[in-house]
Design a protein around this ligand. Structure first.
Ligand SMILES: C[S@@+](CC[C@H](N)C(=O)[O-])C[C@H]1O[C@@H](n2cnc3c(N)ncnc32)[C@H](O)[C@@H]1O
Length: 202
């Protein structure tokens, strides 16, 4: 199966232009608690980091403040404008690039850590293989990938995953260190269920 076109993802910019940040489900205005816990516990160490779908930059700025050397990419120009404002306010230096996760504009083995909050579950089915290989390619050997995806506890959907599916999709390229079920009260007032998966590049 071939890769989907970049235009498949252009709806994201429309979403950011149409709706205020306050009503977007994923935009909590504070970093994700599972990320804060991972950093506090030392499970993720400071290093060169890629925030794959940086969005309005909330988690990206948190990582920069904690001393991570972080780069953010997103397919939405408007999201990157929000993220730029946030970096200015926080007085942190974060390179932000308009790019797609299906064609990562980075050399091989650049990053110690790839962060993905709510990114993989928006990858078109035909792009999943490319996405996984891309993350694997840009990570250094032994580098970590932290992913948060919709779990099938939300009910059946093309992008709600079971633990078995996650293991099947990722275990060829990654050693799975932990999979945790979490519930999150999201920005639109609904609770959603996720798996947070910490993986190490094989
Ligand atoms: C659910 S939001 C999560 C945003 C951010 N990670 C957060 O936690 O606030 C999904 C993000 O993926 C971005 N996105 C969608 N398709 C993309 C692509 N092909 N390449 C890069 N980013 C993409 C969207 O613009 C959006 O910012």
């Amino acid at each position: 199966m071939g890769a989907s076109k970049i235009s498949e993802y252009s709806r994201w910019d429309k979403i950011y232009r149409r709706y205020p940040l306050e009503v977007l489900p994923w935009e909590l205005g504070r970093p994700r608690q599972f990320l804060v816990n991972m950093v506090k516990s030392g499970k993720i160490k400071k290093g060169k980091t890629l925030d794959l779908c940086t969005g309005a930059g909330t988690n990206t700025v948190y990582l920069a403040r904690k001393g991570f050397q972080v780069i953010g990419i997103d397919v939405s120009h408007k999201a990157l404008e929000y993220a730029k404002e946030k970096t200015k306010k926080a007085n942190v230096n974060i390179p932000l690039q308009l790019a797609s996760f299906v064609d990562l504009p980075f050399d091989d083995e650049q990053f110690d850590f790839v962060f993905d909050n709510g990114c993989f579950h928006h990858v078109e089915v035909e792009d999943r293989g490319l996405f996984i290989k891309g993350v694997h390619r840009v990570l250094k050997k032994g580098g970590l990938y932290l992913m948060t995806v919709f779990s099938d506890r939300n009910g059946p959907a093309w992008n709600h995953f079971s633990q078995e599916q996650i293991i099947r999709l990722f275990s060829k390229h990654f050693k799975i260190r932990s999979i945790k079920n979490i519930a999150s009260f999201e920005g639109d007032g609904y609770t959603r269920y996720f798996y947070t998966v910490l993986m190490e590049k094989k």
